[in-house]
Design a protein around this ligand. Structure first.
Ligand SMILES: [Zn+2]
Length: 301
């Protein structure tokens, strides 16, 4: 079955329809040195509000949510933006999306790539920020084979070790056990296709890994020139920027994640960096500005 996926067959049948709705997937596009950078939509998650906001003081969060038109207690529907870098003879994805096994409202990355004329076999590198379902599970196709079958895959060494450790399922807590089983199975199937890297490594020419732990134990962001690909180190555009020191329920180590968020925001503003967030709106590309002792997200597009 090398190279043929059920998804590709379906895409072929649905080709005309896909062209008609192409803008839905291609969110944002910028040029950075040699790289053409596009963010592609994998769809959006649907999360109970408490999944993120649960540990936060309600009175502190309410005005922030109101400012962003979000009603307290309503489910959150964060977008999922996969970053595509093209240049230097490479086609690079940052994270692989959810695939079809996680939630019904995600798994659209293959359609987004198809709309851009990128075949899964064209992808040369898949660089993971972390091993959560919405970032890793799309690395396999519907036949449980590598979706990006010609690509080298890269994951931070600490992250890879954590999710491959047979003890993790016993220590992570019941709420996240399915994440462990899902990640371990996919990493096992990908096997030798996955290479490890450390903080500070140049994973690809001009792409430097930045250890940003807390959301997961070995989460990595990536500095590309003056741009920071954040993954989930800053996981939303509201409380993540406007109350970055508050504990978030979506982070595995809430205190460490808050520390990471504050340090990242400080660096991004000090160095006047552009950022791309996996779960930020408008394609996820923007900037951070200081506001009232915290920050705010300013979309670029
Ligand atoms: Zn995520």
């Amino acid at each position: 079955m090398s190279g043929i996926t059920r998804r590709m067959l379906m895409t072929g049948v649905a080709g005309l329809g896909a062209a008609a709705v192409m803008p839905r997937w291609l969110h944002a596009s910028v040029q950075l040195g040699d790289w053409q950078i596009d963010t592609l939509s994998d769809g959006n998650l649907v999360l109970p509000a408490d999944f993120i906001l649960g540990p936060m003081p309600a009175e502190e969060v309410a005005p922030i949510l109101a400012r962003h038109g979000l009603a307290a207690g309503e489910p959150l529907t964060p977008p999922c933006n996969v970053t595509l870098l093209r240049g230097q003879g490479r086609t690079v994805l940052f994270d692989a999306g959810s695939g079809l096994a996680f939630q019904p409202s995600v798994g659209e990355l293959p359609d987004a790539l198809d709309a851009l004329g990128v075949d899964p076999g064209d992808v040369t590198d898949v660089v993971f920020t972390h091993a959560h379902p919405d970032h890793l599970w799309g690395a396999l196709d519907d036949f449980d084979e590598a979706m990006f079958y010609n690509a080298r895959h890269y994951m931070g060494a600490g992250e890879l070790d954590y999710w491959r450790d047979p003890e993790t399922v016993n220590t992570i807590g019941t709420a996240r056990q399915a994440f462990v089983i899902g990640a371990a199975r996919r990493l096992e199937i990908l096997g030798d296709m996955v290479e490890r890297f450390e903080h500070g490594d140049e994973v690809l020419p001009g792409v430097t890994a930045v250890l940003t732990p807390g959301h997961t134990p070995g989460h990595m962001a990536f500095a590309v020139g003056n741009m920071m690909i954040l993954g989930d180190a800053i996981g939303n555009h509201h409380v993540g920027f406007e109350a970055p020191g508050l504990p978030s329920g979506s982070d595995q180590d809430q205190a460490l994640a808050a520390e990471t968020r504050l340090a990242l925001l400080d660096r991004i503003v000090a160095d006047d960096m552009t950022l791309i967030g996996f779960h930020l709106p408008g394609g996820g590309i923007g900037r951070a500005e200081r506001m009232d002792g915290a920050y705010r997200f300013v979309p670029e597009i």
